[in-house]
Design a protein around this ligand. Structure first.
Ligand code: IMP
Length: 189
């Protein structure tokens, strides 16, 4: 079965391809715009996205809304993560974090999946730390400044390594459980 990952972010597509590798679900990159509302809750953004895409007649698709939340900045950039990445970027975040001792942060990822005429919404989280400088060249977005364990940044990990610990990886684990229960997903050994 084919599952369209609707996003303009190729980095996310690579991660989904790796996450569904060895299963009966093949991931296809699909680009179409949909309503991305501004909400405090990632789940609300994917809910609205799903209804918008269903209204356009799309089936068997997945969308993903993610954000990074920095404790010392009261959760900023959070729902503004995309805008902040585009405007001040990782360097701007590091400037805001200069002389800030508490480096704790987390990533959240909500997946909305409409497959086999059913809707699934799951959310995964990954706690970690903001580094003092950018590290690594892999991944995308905030990957060079975020580390789950304070040792390696996401950008220093392979896609497979990141998926084991990431917010997206943990959301996909929850989604997979639901899809396996409904016999939509089979994982080949
Ligand atoms: P969105 O889910 O595409 O709206 O992502 C919001 C912002 O967070 C964008 O700037 C993404 O590049 C960034 N982002 C989302 N997921 C990740 C991730 O796994 N690592 C690093 N940055 C991410």
């Amino acid at each position: 079965m084919r599952l369209k990952v609707i996003t303009s972010n190729r980095g996310k597509v690579k991660e989904y391809q790796e996450l569904f590798k060895g299963s009966n679900v093949s991931i296809e990159h699909f680009s179409v715009s949909y309503d991305e509302i501004q909400s405090y809750w990632l789940e609300d953004v994917v809910k609205k996205g799903i209804s918008d895409l269903r209204a356009k007649g799309l089936t068997d698709f997945l969308i993903d809304d993610s954000g990074m939340f920095i404790d010392a900045l009261n959760g900023f950039p959070g729902v503004y993560s995309a805008y902040v990445q585009k405007t001040i970027g990782n360097k701007g975040i590091l400037r805001l974090m200069e002389n800030v001792e508490n480096r704790r942060a987390s990533f959240g990822c909500s997946i909305g999946c409409y497959i086999g005429k059913e809707t699934f919404i799951v959310t995964g989280k990954c706690s970690g730390f903001i580094f003092q400088t950018e590290k690594g060249t892999g991944g995308f977005g905030y990957d060079p400044i975020f580390s789950p364990d304070g040792k390696k940044s996401f950008a220093e990990m392979s896609v497979g390594e990141k998926n084991v610990v990431s917010h997206r990886g943990s959301a996909v684990k929850l989604l997979s459980k639901e899809l396996i229960d409904r016999e939509i997903l089979n994982v080949k050994n």
